[in-house]
Design a protein around this ligand. Structure first.
Ligand code: AGP
Length: 610
């Protein structure tokens, strides 16, 4: 969840590090810090501060660092210890010879800390990370890698580490277990980072450090070893997206930019995945025989990806008749689910680094299930533990609130359902072709929705004062209601609940009065009339209704206070369209309230701890 960047080369390290850190801020933003080895004194020098990277930049202006060409830095999302200067990284040992940045959690840190304290070590912070610096101090007797290995063998949990030491002032050390870490390969300089955007404007050549690997990196050499000391030959990959992809390009926020990228994301998906009447799911890793043999599907995911999965359940069951179970990953992993070799597990994750989803996959694999992941990040941890992968290729998503990754996940689930439906027939081939035909219209329909965004802005202006929102939907749009509510609450901090509209009378109706806004997702559908009944019940209790309805639906005017129209599409595909107004509504309300849209409080982009 935190962001790491390290540098070794010929340039002034803190300049490079701050530049990279700014691009990682979406990963965590409660405090930050930078440490370098001074070329003048040969000693470690550190600056840390509470708050965003901007604070660190200002601190460095007031109190510049010495010249130094090797360093590490970190942007933090607090796990152990309050978000303040002392707990921010890097952390040093007693002698201040070793400096550590860390992403992840050291689960046995308290035991280690107690032992270290007994042996006389003095701790400055409340973090789990600091134990690592003190342990290295104890284990180091001239050979860093030997000490590093000894320390790592005692650590439990997930971690990505970056370390510098004045004992070896030309080498940047790194290791990973669980949490992601990459090495950027440059000319006369090299980097480590927790994510590609940090270094993309400096190099597009990346080594994905694997779990259980460590590295010793100088400005012109990268040595990779297993924790047992075996030297590995690392593969250098070329990143195929440009710096533009990780910049706002004139948009006020990354979220707004990413909302506008959705037509292109879909266009790309259609171009690469649909050839005539055929669906190409390259990467799926299943033979025709295995596809025919699937008798149950289990989807696991968190947050927005879970909502995409819920829609996937409706869609796959409707098109194939294969029963689909879905769990949030954190529940799946602890509840001993019934799965066997015929079960297909589909984890869905934008980042591919979500700790709970990775643990759920491990659980499923141990029980013999096949795993086909739907993922956005190439080479991520999830992809590495899957039998097959369906990449969503939505491009890097920087806004903490997921938008384009969500519709790409939906798109992939529709294509998967259509593909499976050729072997598990619950719909006729005519129906399949009709769905596919309408699916291809989505980029065009997205553009037409985006053209009407000003009407959503006006509605947001008139409704941002409400202290509570309820989102209601039915059938395939029940998960859309959950997703709409999640979007609003995470970026505006307004309490928002998503419900199946049929459940309203079983509790949520108690919330409704003139102070609540209710978003009713009511496109044309077989159960449209049921939604209208719900709306009447809300009006009778003076609730304000914002309806999302199908273009041309004039009768809804009688029932709703505000209407956002989406184009006509068959019901099963409608979650794809209603997603956009829900995202825009949340976005504009957040802007109205002056919230930090891209970096909402307490959140981080990828949740790499349990
Ligand atoms: C989405 O807006 C959220 N920030 C969050 O719910 C997210 O979808 C969830 O943490 C899952 O992340 P993943 O897709 O990277 O696994």
């Amino acid at each position: 969840m935190c962001g790491i960047i390290g540098y070794v080369g010929e340039r002034q390290a803190d300049h490079v590090l701050i530049n990279g850190l700014k691009k990682l801020e979406y990963r965590g933003y409660d405090s930050s810090g930078v440490g370098i080895i001074s070329s003048r004194t040969g000693k470690l020098v550190v600056r840390k501060i509470h708050g965003k990277i901007q604070n660190l930049e200002e601190l460095l202006k007031k109190s510049p660092l010495d010249k130094g060409t090797i360093g590490i830095s970190h942007t933090r999302w607090a796990t152990h210890g309050a978000p303040n200067r002392v707990n921010s990284h890097p952390h040093a040992d007693c002698s201040k010879k070793f400096l550590v940045v860390h992403n992840g959690i050291i689960e046995n840190y308290q035991i280690l800390k107690d032992q270290l304290k007994k042996r006389g070590h003095k701790f400055r912070s409340d973090t789990d990370t600091e134990v690592i610096a003190h342990m290295i101090e104890e284990c180091y007797h001239g050979d860093f890698l030997t000490a590093f290995r000894k320390v790592i063998s005692q650590l439990e949990g997930a971690f990505a580490l970056g370390i510098i030491t004045q004992m070896h002032p030309e080498t940047l050390y790194a290791a990973r277990v669980g949490s992601p870490l990459i090495i950027g390969v440059g000319k006369n300089e090299n980097y480590i980072a927790s994510d590609v955007p940090a270094i993309l404007d400096m190099t597009d050549r990346i080594i994905y450090l694997k779990d259980g690997q460590m590295a010793a990196i100088t400005k012109d050499k990268v040595d990779v070893f297993t924790f047992k000391g075996k030297r590995m030959r690392p593969k250098v990959d070329k990143i195929n997206y440009s710096v533009d992809a990780v910049q706002k390009q004139g948009f006020a926020h990354f979220m707004l930019k990413e909302i506008h990228e959705q037509p292109k994301v879909f266009e790309q998906m259609i171009k690469t995945r649909i050839k005539g009447k055929k669906i190409i799911l390259e990467g799926i890793g299943l033979t025709e025989k295995q596809i025919k043999g699937i008798d149950r599907i289990f989807i696991v995911a968190c947050g927005t990806a879970y909502h995409a999965g819920l829609i996937g359940k409706y869609v796959i069951e409707a098109m194939t008749g294969i029963p689909v179970n879905i769990d949030v990953s954190s529940e799946f992993r602890y509840r001993d689910p019934i799965i066997d070799r015929k079960t297909l597990i589909i984890p869905i994750s934008q980042s591919g680094e979500t700790a709970d989803t990775l643990a759920a996959v491990k659980e499923a694999r141990d029980k013999g299930a096949k795993v086909i992941s739907i993922c956005n990040v190439v080479g991520s941890s999830l992809v590495r533990v899957s039998d097959g992968v369906l990449y969503t290729h939505a491009g890097p998503e920087i806004g903490v609130a997921s938008t384009k990754a969500y519709v790409a996940q939906l798109g992939m689930l529709y294509l998967l359902a259509l593909k499976l439906s050729a072997y598990h027939m619950r719909i006729s081939s005519r129906e399949r072709q009709k769905i596919l035909g309408d699916f291809k219209k989505v980029p065009f329909l997205y553009r037409s929705i985006l053209k009407t965004k000003h009407s959503v802005l006006n509605i947001a202006k008139k409704n941002s004062h409400f202290g509570c929102f309820l989102y209601l939907g039915r059938n395939v749009n029940y998960p859309s209601a959950l997703e709409g509510a999640l979007k609003l609450k995470e970026i505006s901090y307004i309490p928002a609940e998503g419900y199946a509209a049929g459940e309203m009378k079983h509790g949520p109706i108690a919330l409704i009065d003139e102070y609540r806004a209710v978003v009713c997702i009511s496109p044309q559908s077989e159960i449209y009339e049921k939604m209208i009944s719900n709306m009447q019940e809300i009006r009778a209790r003076k609730g304000k209704i914002i309806a999302i309805a199908t273009k041309g639906d004039m009768s809804i005017k009688k029932h709703a206070n505000f209407i956002i129209y989406v184009p006509v599409i068959q019901e099963i595909l409608s979650p794809l369209l209603v997603a956009l107004p829900l995202q825009l509504l949340a976005y504009y309300i957040s802007v109205q309230l002056g919230c930090d849209v891209d970096q909402p409080r307490n959140l981080a982009k990828s949740v790499t701890v349990e």
